[in-house]
Design a protein around this ligand. Structure first.
Ligand SMILES: C[S@@+](CC[C@H](N)C(=O)[O-])C[C@H]1O[C@@H](n2cnc3c(N)ncnc32)[C@H](O)[C@@H]1O
Length: 204
């Protein structure tokens, strides 16, 4: 990947491949998310190449981050090391849906969830219920709700918001880069600043 493009999106000469670059969240959004995690012990699902991990680690007390893909995790370790934050992050290899991994975690008091939306095939429609993200957003949210109620989950912008109606009371933030709606982030528990729909704008 071109280092200027990486620096523009993530803030330094980190490493990324095409997939982790596209999946990685822009630093102007990750630092905004991280503000809500100040001083917390955070479970992150999933690491990717570590771009949200870096922002969370700057703000949180400690980040335990789980990633299933070895190559993504290797990129993340190099990126977190480059950011000088290795001592704030524990990397766990495996699935966030694996109960044996979750049981070994120390006490955590917040979670950040960013599943992979890369969906292929004829059924290419973003949805939350019976989610087709990896891991499935609805399943991972339910699973992590058993560990902490303080959760932020990032979702694609094109989901019908009626799909969130059955969830516990939450804040649904729409995140814009210029005029473009890039992401939804749902916040639960103590991570909520205002219930209902809110917006965050990054000017371009
Ligand atoms: C959208 S990316 C995370 C990007 C990251 N937030 C960033 O900004 O760099 C989602 C990641 O989830 C990983 N993944 C998919 N299924 C998983 C599972 N069951 N457990 C843990 N990680 C998983 C993928 O390999 C991918 O790296």
């Amino acid at each position: 990947m071109n280092s200027n493009t990486i620096r523009e999106k993530f803030g330094d000469d980190y490493i990324a491949d095409e997939h982790t670059f596209i999946m990685g969240i822009d630093q102007r959004f990750t630092s905004h998310f991280a503000d809500r995690f100040k001083g917390r012990t955070v479970l992150e699902a999933c690491t990717g190449a570590g771009f949200t991990t870096i922002s969370l680690a700057r703000s949180a007390k400690h980040v335990f981050t789980i990633e299933i893909n070895t190559s993504h995790q290797e990129q993340a370790i190099r990126n977190v090391k480059k950011a000088g934050l290795l001592h704030h992050v524990s990397f766990i290899h495996g699935s966030v849906l694996d109960q044996r991994i979750l049981e070994k975690l120390p006490s955590i008091n917040a979670a950040f969830i960013d599943p992979d939306w890369a969906v292929t095939g004829h059924d290419h429609a973003y949805r939350f219920i019976n989610s087709n993200t990896q891991p499935p957003a609805d399943i991972v949210l339910k699973k992590i709700s058993g560990i902490t109620e303080n959760i932020a989950i990032v979702l694609p912008p094109l989901i019908d918001t009626k799909e969130f109606d059955h969830l516990p009371e939450h804040e649904r933030e729409k995140l814009y880069l210029g005029e473009h709606l890039e992401l939804f982030c749902l916040y639960f528990g103590a991570l909520v600043e205002n219930y209902g729909e809110t917006e965050f704008h990054v000017p371009v």
